[in-house]
Write a protein that binds this ligand. Sequence first.
Ligand SMILES: [Zn+2]
Length: 357
Amino acid sequence: VSELSRRRLFAACGSLGALGLVAACTGSDDAPPGGATSAASPSAQPPLPSEAYRIDLHAHALPPVYQQALTSAGLTLLDGLPVPKWSPELALQFMTAHGIQAQVLSISTPQVTFLSGSSAVDAAREVNRYLGQLSRDQPRSFAALAVLPLPDVPAAVREARRALDEDGLQGVAVLSNHNGVYLGDPRFDPLWEELNGRGTYVYLHPEAPQQFPDIGIFPAAMEFVFDTTRSLATLAQKDVFRRFPNIRWQVAHSGGTVPFLASRISLAVPGFRETIQRLRYDTALSANEAAQAALRSVVGLDNIVFGSDFPFATVVYPPSGDPQPDLSASYSNTERLKLERENALREFPRLAQVLRA
Ligand SMILES: [Zn+2]
């Protein structure tokens, strides 16, 4: 066994041990030195755990109260795609099929931006209470991030405090823009100030921009990733990351187009590339080799986390097997264990504690 494969083996077996999956490592450790395996051959890799081990940080819920609100507003399509079915049971089925141990749930676009005033505030509160209850009922399977009634910032600050303190939610999810207001807008500063004081985990999920040309391609395909890029640029331009350094950011879909464009954007926003290296990025719908090569070269393995985009992305996954088979083209099994599990649990210590118990 080469030194490299030995190191990989020990690292993976340590993680498996923590998972109670040491059986998967039994025997491998006893392989004779100079055996037939080499670091280059697939057999030299430690196997991935046979039990569900993935932590899914890009996973959506559509609680009944939220589905009802969408229906009442006549929203049967979201950005051109039908509203998918969701229930905790469907989520658990998906998780079992794809080796996912736990999901950190959030509300996808349009969140509650299609409502206004007290309707938006009430809907956000009801959704967060539901997510809090689900997380308490099934703490080994679900944690959740709060939805906020943005762009009403004072109401959002109040709901963030309430949901984090009363519902036990483990962060908040925001959109790349809320009815055209981008996250770098100074109007958002009171929210960042509150979340910075708490060291909150903030998930940046895409939304389509208010205007874009109709080219006959559904907006999630390109407008979402363009808008994520735009939003990150506004945050960096307004120095939000430096002024509120305790917020722990996760950016959806491997940063939109950010890894590819980081150096170019730095021409307009000095220091952009260095600034965005400190954020976390999920693999949802971006697990291909080209995207991951760009992402890894800019942000490094420690800042990459696994995301499925369930239930919205389910249609593009194979009915069985790995929803992101391409990850193995970019990462060794040891690296996959890190990005699919360890990097996430570092950010969600309460979930990590529950899973250890
Ligand atoms: Zn999503």
